[in-house]
Ligand binder design. Structure first.
Ligand SMILES: Cc1ncc(COP(=O)(O)O)c(C=O)c1O
Length: 392
């Protein structure tokens, strides 16, 4: 049984429409990839005014088919950030390309274009910025770097449904972008992802690769105007999204603006409440024009002012009934990457320092202002109880 007093770190907003669409799919007897997936893809195309949106069962699958579809593989290098979920990096690795990390900018924790410039080589095939927490990476600066270099920009937009960079919505630009619909994301399909692109050839390949490398999915094989024959054009995976998931996604898409507005209001409320807590400060916002999707509200602890570390701080919040998150522990310091590449502390100083002091506070539309006050009261109590003794 869950503790009714415990405030979870995240909770999706699932309303009558989401329940109705899943029930409808169940009753229809068609639960796998079908018309709702087609509609979900159409909604993304319409929203971003792009010719292609390819729905998948996760953003990780999206990263995989996007990179594979661009022929990223042995001999290639991919530059990304270590301040990310492992998928961004793992998908490069499983394709046999070399991972190269650029550091992030202090304050925003977005990839640092100056460090990307230092790490570009003739072997760089892609640069993959993460729109961390829902704030956009500096796309103009990154685009300038890759233009003419032979590399492409692939946006990891897992956090960025509804984010805008200089008035342009994430995924609507020239670059391929990957969104996630995991339950903690701004909109959810249970699990799921979509890749948006203007690249016709890539879109066709990704559609094939998400379904065994066969040119047709189940709907095309068993639907009304279907033909049952199939042929593997190149080996692929089984990454298709279900109609059960896409129905949820279609309903959630209609609510994205409302959800993001609620997140924005809550983030502003946190800003005000935390202004009094010097030891726990929110991330900085990018100084260019942008619209933040507020996927995460990440704070940095002033560890010198505290007698406990970040992990103990998270434990103390839990004891006070507040769930928190950790986004992220730097990928380059995970066992596999340390051992394979010899990465070590000191390689990415800004990422590493942040990796020790960040935590994410609950942020979702179902939170009330009273919930936020509870979170900040717990923060103040932990800070007060665990202040570092300073020797004068
Ligand atoms: C930055 C980033 N990229 C990619 C992913 C992978 O998304 P999914 O869980 O849909 O595979 C995540 C998941 O949280 C993420 O945070």
């Amino acid at each position: 049984m869950s503790d009714p007093q415990f405030l979870p770190f995240c909770r999706p907003t699932l309303e009558a429409e989401e329940i109705a669409t899943v029930v409808e799919s169940l009753q229809s007897g068609w639960i796998t990839t079908g018309p709702k997936v087609l509609r979900f893809e159409e909604m993304w195309r319409e929203r971003l005014k792009v010719p292609h949106a390819v729905a998948l069962n996760s953003a990780t699958a999206g990263l995989h088919v996007a990179m594979a579809g661009l022929d990223i593989g042995p001999g290639d290098e991919v530059i990304t950030t270590s301040m990310t979920w492992p998928s961004t990096v793992n998908m490069t690795e499983v394709l046999g390309a070399k991972i190269v990390f650029a550091d992030v900018l202090p304050g925003t924790l977005l990839i640092d274009p100056v460090d990307v410039a230092r790490k570009l080589t003739p072997r760089t095939k892609a640069v993959v910025p993460v729109h961390y927490a829902g704030a956009p990476a500096d796309l103009d600066a990154l685009s300038r770097l890759v233009t003419g270099s032979g590399a492409v920009l692939i946006e990891d937009a897992a956090h960025a449904a509804g984010t805008q960079y200089k008035g342009r919505e994430t995924g609507s630009e020239q670059h391929t972008a990957i969104f996630s619909f995991h339950p903690i994301k701004n909109i959810t399909t249970g699990e799921g992802g979509v890749v948006t692109t203007r690249d016709d050839k890539l879109a066709e390949r990704m559609k094939r690769m998400r379904w065994h490398g066969v040119g047709k999915d189940s709907w095309a094989r068993y639907g009304k105007s279907a033909t049952p024959r199939y042929e593997v054009v190149e080996p692929g995976w089984k990454y298709n999204m279900l109609d059960l998931q896409a129905g949820l996604g279609c309903e959630q898409m209609k609510k994205l603006e409302r959800f993001n507005a609620a997140r924005t209001t809550l983030a502003a409320h946190y800003d005000r409440l935390l202004a009094e807590v010097a030891e726990v400060q929110p991330l900085a916002r990018p100084d260019y024009d942008h619209l933040h999707a507020w996927h995460l509200y990440v704070v940095q602890l002033d560890l010198e002012a505290l007698a406990i570390d970040r992990d103990a701080f998270i434990g103390e919040m839990g004891k006070r009934g507040i769930g928190t998150g950790l986004h992220f522990t730097p990928v380059h310091l995970h066992a596999f990457y340390r051992e394979k590449y010899g990465f070590k502390l000191g390689d990415l100083p800004v990422t590493e320092a942040a990796g020790e002091c960040i935590l994410s506070l609950p942020l979702y539309p179902l939170l009330t202002p009273e919930d936020l006050k509870r979170v900040v009261a717990a923060i103040k109590d932990v800070v007060h109880t665990h202040k570092a003794c300073r020797v004068a």
